[in-house]
Design a protein around this ligand. Structure first.
Ligand code: ADP
Ligand code: GLC
Length: 502
């Protein structure tokens, strides 16, 4: 190995401590994969109220016990504690930023009672970004690169290049901002900017339509920007709608934007070793998949019939995920020979819609509103077809998990879905799933019908399942690409320094 780096990886959610979506899976697996390549990497996240110190062995660090962090005109108390992400081969250190005022709650971003964003999310993540920097200063630890993820961490590059630009410890630290979803930008009124303590003169540059936009600020100030699949990188630069208003800003940074596909942690998501499923299986023992299908249907009180495919979804219930298409075609879908299972939680309008569908078609539909890691695994193992009709999808993990479980994906051809699912071609026997291009119900229905048709032919279906199971999206490949970027950044810095000395 050429060079070893010190990396600080920032994320607002990390498995097994806190999760609402794929970011938590990535923040669990990617740091481990980077560490396995020989680098020192530590993770930092907020310590939400529901994270148990006892369960996760979280302990105090004397030096980080008392921090006063200014947010607006208040001085907020914080402290940082530590523990580890324990994986297969590696142990990655995690710092938790604690605050009685900001994090001692049951939700990450949304109040579970009102289902609305916490009104002080601006302060909560200003506090986080400043708390990260304060932690480094107290530790006296200087990472070569700070790797930020999403808007919640996006102000760190801005602070480093403004407020802290002359700090001897922090000077020259490089930053990467990974965008997992440009649909979430951290947009707050102008008054929030005052709470950040950032210099007034940068507001005109980082504001967006008059608002304080955390993600835009991060895009402008980070040294490199990445997103979680090559196709999504192209889409958000080229297409104003997919860029959610930030395409212009991204175009300014085009040379510094990279698309690196997410991976799968096969120690968690493999049917051979999955501890959540009743009967493990693999390519050689595919018949056992049907024991899981039976268990899944039993869980939902539905009847098992080997000729009827189970079509499933596991999803945040958000506009991004295409549930309006389901609403549009549900009656037509229910005329088909299939059973439909959904595990999801999110916006009330979609939760209510799914409950309505269940009421109307109780014999064909199973709905679980809520979050269940265990059920997610059982669905991957027990379903025949996995549906992801996303309006947009930065990467998407479930379609990759599905492939490994022999659960054939039917997806919209967008973002990471386009990069990971290949249309099945019965003539060549190549391909892993079914895709549709236009975002409309009829197209989705057509793709689904195509899949159902092939399902009737057991031999062809088996081939299709096996094609998917043979795919390998291991994290090590993507981790290497991130390390290449770290390398580029740090060597640029070294060159610049050499020039100065001369
Ligand atoms: P996103 O991050 O946009 O939600 P991904 O496909 O990248 O989409 O990742 C979603 C992750 O969250 C997967 O690990 C999936 O299994 C999990 N997930 C989503 N909703 C639920 C739920 N209701 N219960 C359990 N796991 C869920
Ligand atoms: C986001 C995206 C999803 C991606 C995940 C992890 O939540 O919506 O497509 O897989 O982040 O990067």
């Amino acid at each position: 190995m050429a060079q070893s780096f010190n990396i600080l990886f920032l994320s607002s959610e990390v498995v097994p401590f806190a999760k609402t979506g794929g970011l938590a899976d990535v923040s669990f697996a990617l740091p481990q994969a980077i560490k396995e390549l020989g680098h020192e990497i530590r993770v930092m996240m907020p310590k939400y109220g529901f994270i148990s110190e006892r369960k996760f062995g979280i302990h105090e660090i004397i030096r980080l016990k008392e921090m006063d962090i200014p947010v607006g005109d208040k001085l907020q108390k914080g402290s940082a504690k530590a523990s580890f992400i324990v994986g297969q081969k590696t142990k990655v250190q995690v710092y938790f930023l604690e605050s009685e005022v900001y994090y001692n709650r049951n939700g990450l971003y949304v109040d579970p009672k009102t289902k609305k964003d916490y009104p002080d999310n601006d302060e909560r993540f200003i506090f986080f970004c400043k708390g990260v920097i304060e932690t480094l200063r107290k530790l006296g630890w200087r990472p070569d690169v700070i790797h930020c993820n999403d808007w919640q961490t996006a102000l760190v590059p801005v602070y480093l290049k403004t407020t802290y630009k002359d700090d001897p410890l922090l000077k020259g630290i490089k930053t990467i901002l990974t965008i997992h979803n440009i649909g979430y930008q951290g947009v707050f009124p102008k008054e929030s900017f005052l709470k950040s303590g950032l210099p007034d003169e940068i507001f005109p540059q980082i504001q967006h339509n008059g608002s304080f936009n955390f993600l835009k600020a991060g895009i402008l100030y980070a040294d490199f920007i990445t997103t979680v699949s090559p196709t999504y990188a192209k889409e958000i630069i080229a297409d104003d709608e997919l860029g959610a208003g930030l395409s212009d800003v991204l175009r300014k940074r085009k040379r510094d934007i990279f698309g690196i596909l997410n991976g799968v942690d096969y120690s968690v998501w493999s049917p051979e070793t999955d501890k959540f499923i009743p009967v493990p299986y693999g390519v050689q023992t595919i018949e056992s998949k049907y024991e899981n299908k039976k268990a899944l249907l039993k869980h939902f009180g539905l009847e098992y019939n080997e000729n009827i495919p189970v079509v499933a979804q596991i999803s945040r219930l958000a506009e991004q995920k295409g549930f309006d298409l389901i609403e549009e075609i549900i009656d037509k879908m229910m005329e088909l020979d299939l059973q439909y299972i959904v595990l999801g939680t999110g916006e009330p309008r979609y939760e209510e819609m799914l409950e309505r569908i269940k009421k109307k078609y109780p014999k064909k539909v199973g709905i679980h509103i809520g979050f269940s890691e265990e059920l997610a695994h059982l669905i991957e193992a027990g379903a025949d077809i996995f549906l992801m009709p996303s309006r947009y999808e930065p990467c998407g993990l479930n379609q990759m998990y599905s492939l490994r479980y022999g659960t054939v994906p039917v997806v919209r051809k967008t973002g990471g879905l386009a990069d990971t699912v290949e249309e099945f071609n019965p003539k060549t026997g190549r391909g892993t799933g079914f895709l549709f291009e236009k975002y409309n119900g009829q197209e989705l229905l057509k793709a689904l019908k195509k899949a159902l048709n092939f399902y009737k032919n057991k031999k062809v279906w088996l081939k299709l399942m096996k094609n998917g199971m043979a795919k390998d999206f291991s994290w090590s490949v993507s981790a290497r690409k991130y390390v290449e970027l770290y390398e580029k950044l740090v060597s640029v810095q070294k060159k610049a320094r050499t020039v100065k000395v001369k």
